[in-house]
Design a protein around this ligand. Structure first.
Ligand code: NZQ
Ligand code: ZN
Length: 379
């Protein structure tokens, strides 16, 4: 086992009607609230009204910034930060999925340190402090509600990249599984894929960590058991709750303690596909993970075989990959680029993007030949 520091400062409120505590919790930080959300799902689902009711109950001054898109843009973060600064806000409340919460994390840093968000993302400046962030999660997938990561894209540099900092953890996160009832079937399935991919990125990281391996295995089993049941019954509270908690635990540190780091090569591939075609994050991962495993199958056969043995009772790397692919297909997620209508005519463009951004894993490093091979394996 490698040395590690366990750290997670987020207070997570999980379950039915936890939103009723939002007003009181917000008061810990002040009354001037910057409320961030996406393109409007929270208005349709009624979550917006519940949040406003809580904020009105404490006489909060609410400044709104909405319209944050899926696969969020740094330009939105810059604008939100300007508005936050002008209004001298005390706290940010982010209501949404990963895109909104990630945008809020960087907005908070940009306001507190008065710096350009992209300079933060590129680790050009080190923020010293942040504005308190409260997250109200509406989509189970990324784990951002209880971690220090944020992912943004920038059309000026052709990048979609992640930034990790201990300042990024939300102070509080509210997770009511009922808030995810309205997530459509496709995004529900992408969330299941994303959480499995997070567990796998840890599993293929560096360092022997027996307990963390077992956490990975049970989190994936949980997702494979309840994911398909949930897709047949989208308003089932228990299934939503199980998937929501599994998604949080897949990327809140638990699967990585005792390792040096996770790998994250598959995410780098996925981010570049999302960047090019605005593909949903989870959909890029159900395509990229089988391809990555095929590339690695003769390099780390024992590790891949062990995974399959635990998950599917199989005894070879090939069978592990086949079964994982079969599972992704069974929940209607794409496993090839052609499944999302990206054909051979786009191959050169994708290879260019992968080479230009030098996509890589932290442990399993890619050569340029690997970068090309991965694209072939995804076609
Ligand atoms: O914009 P609105 O109208 O809210 O609609 C959203 C969006 O269209 C909709 N949605 C969210 N909650 C809903 C809902 N629709 C109906 N009912 C609800 N309750 O779902 C769509 C997708 O939302 P988004 O926030 O983009 O999805 P997700 O949570 O999967 O986040 C994806 C982003 O997070 C990044 C991804 O790269 C991507 O940019 N990630 C962040 C990570 C982190 N911070 O730790 C790790 C992940 O690996 C990932 O990279
Ligand atoms: Zn992910």
């Amino acid at each position: 086992m490698e040395n590690f520091t366990a750290f997670n400062p987020t207070k997570l409120h999980f379950g039915r009607e936890v939103i009723d505590q939002l007003g009181e919790v917000t008061l810990e930080f002040g009354k001037r609230v910057l409320l961030l959300y996406g393109k409007g799902s929270i208005k349709k689902s009624g979550i917006y009204d519940k949040v406003i009711k809580q904020l009105n109950s404490i006489d909060a001054d609410i400044i709104e910034y909405s319209g944050i898109k899926s696969n969020p843009l740094v330009t939105d973060v810059s604008e939100a930060a300007q508005i936050g600064k002008l209004n001298n806000i005390d706290v940010i409340i982010a209501v949404g999925g990963g895109s909104v919460i990630d945008s809020a994390k960087i907005t908070a840093l940009a306001i507190a340190n008065n710096i350009d968000p992209w300079a933060i993302m590129k680790y050009k400046v080190k923020p010293k402090s942040t504005i308190p962030l409260i997250a109200v999660l509406t989509l189970a997938a990324t784990g951002t509600e209880m971690n220090g990561a944020a992912v943004l894209q920038n059309p000026e540099t052709d990048e979609k990249i992640g930034y990790v900092s201990s300042l990024n953890y939300p102070k509080h996160s509210f997770l009511d599984p009922e808030f995810t009832f309205s997530v459509p079937k496709d995004y529900t399935a992408y969330g299941v894929v994303d959480l499995i991919a997070h567990a796998l990125e840890a599993y293929f990281g560096e360092g022997k960590a027996s307990l963390s391996d077992r956490f990975v295995e049970v989190i994936i089993k949980e997702a494979m058991e309840f994911g398909p049941m949930l897709l047949k019954d989208l308003k089932n509270y228990e299934y939503r709750a199980n998937i929501m908690w599994a998604a949080t635990t897949a990327l809140n540190g638990m699967t990585n303690y005792g390792r040096k780091n996770g790998d994250w090569g598959v995410h780098d591939i996925g981010h570049n596909i999302s960047y090019l075609y605005d593909t949903a994050h989870g959909a890029t991962l159900s395509i990229a993970y089988p391809a990555w495993l095929k590339l690695q199958k003769d390099r780390i056969p024992e590790r891949i075989t062990k995974l399959g043995n635990q998950l599917f009772g199989t005894n070879s790397a090939e069978e592990t990959i086949l079964n994982l692919e079969k599972f992704f297909k069974s929940i209607n997620c794409p496993v090839r680029l052609s499944d999302i209508n990206i054909g051979n005519d786009k191959k050169a463009e994708i290879i260019n993007q992968m080479l230009k951004n030098k996509i890589n894993g932290m442990v399993h490093q890619f050569s340029d030949e690997d970068r090309k091979a991965i694209v072939d394996l995804m076609m």
